[in-house]
Design a protein around this ligand. Structure first.
Ligand code: SF4
Length: 389
């Protein structure tokens, strides 16, 4: 049995939830110093520069390689049995680094290593099916993104084939306990922005493995593309605006700014009708200089139409245009997440109801742990607020 199958567990009490969500926030923003062998993902899109770790049953991707990590008070230490997370030498939590997945030693019939086709992110299988983007390397490149970094490193395949992804998904499920699949793509100049190809990959994966699948793409020119992707049997859909602050969007992601935030809302509204409430998600990256009030307002408006705003603190990707930026302070992210989480709970579209993808996994966000602790607190368990360790 894999680490993934053994470890994910509910937070037992509201007190544990408060303590753990505070720790998760700090780890996500300050990073973790590694003194032992560790499964990590350098470069790329999504949770790049990430160590993969379970902290008291909660999944976490954590910065381990960026320059700012040299200042972190947190370290991962091997213990007589298992591992611990230490803050300035004091043990603060138990930890279990992700195993190296067993399927990483396998190859396709044409000799492509499985790990170059899709990676395990704790208990989720993930792949960027088109590792190129129409905006990469020109003035339109999103400043936080690292999609071309992995490609240049030679660690991945430029175009993943549906049948290869399907083969890897079956192995990841059977050998390593993958519970869902997240497929993203760089944007294309095509009118569908790559949606039909990532959808086709998702369909092949789902048919072969039976795992729930999330696909991610930019708003297509014609929304009937969303219908076509839904008809392929895909479970969840990510259409990522990244920020609700139009000035920051214009600076950080010019093509997304040209699409316009209102167009994202229109695409989400359309998609919710096909995928259902809580199955359509958007990344909301905080710490890029945005107005926090606009951010909270945008998240609430998205929730109102059934969209899950997946709040993540900026994780500067080495090799990206924001490589030298530092993540926001933990209390900044916490303030935003704590105003959004109760709204999600009230609306009933919490992380535990998302079928597949980043919002299901929650390893890059503090939101899932905050939701859990707020639900426990509301259920009447005595809460002792502990915000820092
Ligand atoms: S659209 Fe932006 S974030 Fe997405 S792959 Fe292209 S450059 Fe990266």
């Amino acid at each position: 049995m894999s680490t993934a199958e053994q470890i994910r567990s509910e937070i037992p009490t509201a007190e544990d939830g408060e303590r753990l969500s505070g720790l998760i926030l700090e780890l996500q923003t300050k990073g973790l110093r590694i003194t032992t062998e560790f499964e990590r993902r350098p470069g790329g899109a999504g949770p790049s520069d990430a160590g993969m770790i379970w902290v008291e049953g909660q999944p976490l991707t954590v910065p381990v390689d960026s320059d700012f990590v040299t200042d972190t008070p947190f370290s991962l230490e091997a213990e007589d049995v298992g591992f611990g997370i230490y803050r300035d030498g004091t043990r603060v939590a138990s930890a279990a680094p992700a195993d190296r997945p067993k399927y990483y030693s396998m190859n396709t019939a044409d000799g492509t290593p499985y790990w170059q086709i899709a990676l395990m992110h704790l208990d989720s299988l993930a792949s960027t099916v088109l590792q190129t983007c129409a905006y990469w390397g020109n003035d339109d490149q999103c400043k936080f993104c690292g999609i071309g970094v992995s490609l240049d490193s030679g660690n991945t395949v430029k175009v993943k084939r549906p049948e290869h992804l399907a083969e890897v998904a079956v192995a990841a499920k059977e050998l390593d306990g993958a519970v869902d699949v997240t497929l993203t793509t760089g944007s294309t100049y095509g009118k569908d922005r790559g949606a039909l190809y990532v959808g086709k990959c998702g369909k092949a994966v789902k048919e072969a493995s039976g795992l729930p699948v999330e696909v991610q793409f930019e708003p297509p020119e014609d929304f009937s593309v969303i219908d076509k992707v839904a008809d392929m049997g895909i479970d969840s859909l990510g259409i990522h605006v990244e920020t609700f602050d139009p000035e920051v969007l214009a600076h950080i992601a010019p093509p997304k700014a040209r699409t316009g935030i209102e167009r994202y809302f229109a695409a989400w509204e359309y998609a919710v009708k096909r995928f259902g409430e809580g199955q359509v998600t958007t990344y909301v990256i905080v710490g890029m200089g945005e107005d926090p009030e606009l951010t909270i307002e945008g998240c609430k408006r998205a929730i109102d139409i059934g969209v899950y705003p997946f709040i993540v603190p900026l994780r500067p990707v080495p090799g990206s245009l924001m490589a030298d930026v530092v993540p926001p302070p933990a209390d900044y992210t916490e303030r935003i997440a704590r105003q959004v989480a109760p709204y999600l709970i009230e609306r009933g579209i919490t992380a535990d109801k998302v079928a597949a993808g980043c919002a299901r996994c929650q390893a890059c966000s503090p939101l899932g742990a905050i939701e859990q602790s707020m639900k426990l607190s509301a259920s009447g368990k005595k809460l002792i607020p502990v915000k820092s360790l």
